[in-house]
Design a protein around this ligand. Sequence first.
Ligand code: MN
Length: 152
Amino acid sequence: MLKSKLEQYQKKRKFNKTKEPKGKVGKIKKNDLIYVIQRHQASHLHWDLRLEWEGVLMSWAIPKEPKNDATKRLAIRTEDHPLDYAEFEGEIPASEYGAGQVKIWDQGTWLPESIKKAKIVFEIKGKKLKGRFVLIKFKEQRDNWLFFKLGK
Ligand code: MN
């Protein structure tokens, strides 16, 4: 069992080397939930989708640029991040975990419509992404999900 929702996040990083926030678990909010996607030029370029939930940012790494349409994107669930991370931009030093540049690609809020273990339907209110989206977990593979917009 994890002691904190952020244990995995904190274990992976050396906070005397990286400027990423150490963070703590925040208060549970019901509205104005944070939505952010960070473009992360690590060894492999990807887009990190983060959704505030129960005091942390649930996170998925998306290997191809997300689209504001029904294009399906693979989204790999990664460790929960602290809420402060939503504002983080900068360079993670070489040889540190996730080395490379992080830039906010889109941000705003999100509204959960239904949250189940393997399926999240929600509204994104961002600048680039807007509307109803879904995250669906593959049955056979633990951390692999699909992310796409519902409707047109
Ligand atoms: Mn990343």
